[in-house]
Ligand binder design. Sequence first.
Ligand code: PLP
Length: 434
Amino acid sequence: MSAELICFERACRTRYSVTDVLYNCPKCGGLLEVSYDFSRIDAGGLRQLWRQRRMSNHPLDQSGVWRYREIIPFLDDPAHAITLREGCTPLLDAPRAAEYGGLRRLTFKHQGFNPTGSFKDNGMTCGAAQARRLGMRRVACVSTGNTSASMAAYAAAGGLQAVIFIPHGNISYGKLAQALEYGALTFQVEANFDQILKLVRVLAERLGIYLLNSINPFRIEGQKSIVVEMMDQRDWNPPDWIVLPGGNLGNVSAFGKALRELRDCGFIGRIPKLAVIKAEGASPFHHFMKDPSRDSFHAVEHPETLATAIKIGDPVSWPKAWQEVAVSGGLTEEAGEKEIADAKAVIGLCGIGCEPASAATLAGIRKLTGAGVIDRDADVIAVLTGNVLKDPDYIYKYHTGQLTDPGGSAIEALFGNRPVVVPNDPGRIAALLG
Ligand SMILES: *Cc1c(COP(=O)(O)O)cnc(C)c1O
């Protein structure tokens, strides 16, 4: 199976070797994507093979990414793959969240069940494999947290050195702690995400370090598996809607590419609508999508949201996201800080839990059903992108009434749940318990 890199820009479409170290098209600066010749793919046979691999003890078959390797065939030698058994994440029914979101039924696909607790692992296993295949010794990323946690783990597992750049003071401790524990060289830079990304691109080129940010097209290939596994779990019946939070917009790009390829190869009959939910303070893509044209994208210089994983003012993958949302017939929405915080608590009350960015999905669904855009009877899957333990500080503050929005105003917690201090006295405690 021959794989190539191809410029995403329709006016360019220049092709490059899959072993060229490129992040953007050298000719026009456009985004790159991996392209394959899928003309001989046998959807029926692969559905069976992929199902059988769930019984296998082979490490690559146990991975919810590499199990589907025929749809991400960019490696010539599978020995380059580095797996921590990523993917394999559940579909969970959540009646209480459904009710809150104005739906009869709602299913979460919970990517927080991944080895480092976010969907970044689905992509990083592929990005790290490509780094090894290229003979790279060092990998780098700039990150709001989860990318660095994931890259640090896969680099360590694959014998690569990880170099991480994070915005000083803008990352949750859970994520920073992971990067340190997995042994990454970690720089905290006095700048925001978008500024640091520019810095790191200069350094990567100068020092020959392989860049594993979400513009890396091989990470996008890995993230396709989220949707492939979702369809496999549903016996190839697409839902009406797939709802996900948007930051740099790599994930929606991956979902769209996966859905198009699955349809073109005959795995699914139609493409579900993609709904991307942004945080209000970091929402340039939502504003763009109200009236999209080639020159009308305006970055937000100072993005603000407590949902740090989507605190991105200049999302690099917006041109891909634009195409994928449009092809799916989908849309974008934005959610405020209180809306995200309360939705997150409701997801917690389902016994599921997630990090703040993930809860933008339920907050967005509630607005979209309220506006009559998503039907109450619709078949909806919301993708929870990160684990509940990623940001415990946020949770404690919410439940004890101390959470404030980026402007400093208190967020009134609709579902607050304070711990109760009691004396060591069975009588008093029994009285409290009624
Ligand atoms: C990275 C991340 C996002 C945003 O994904 P993009 O691909 O950047 O749009 C959302 N939620 C969590 C938990 C993340 O780690």
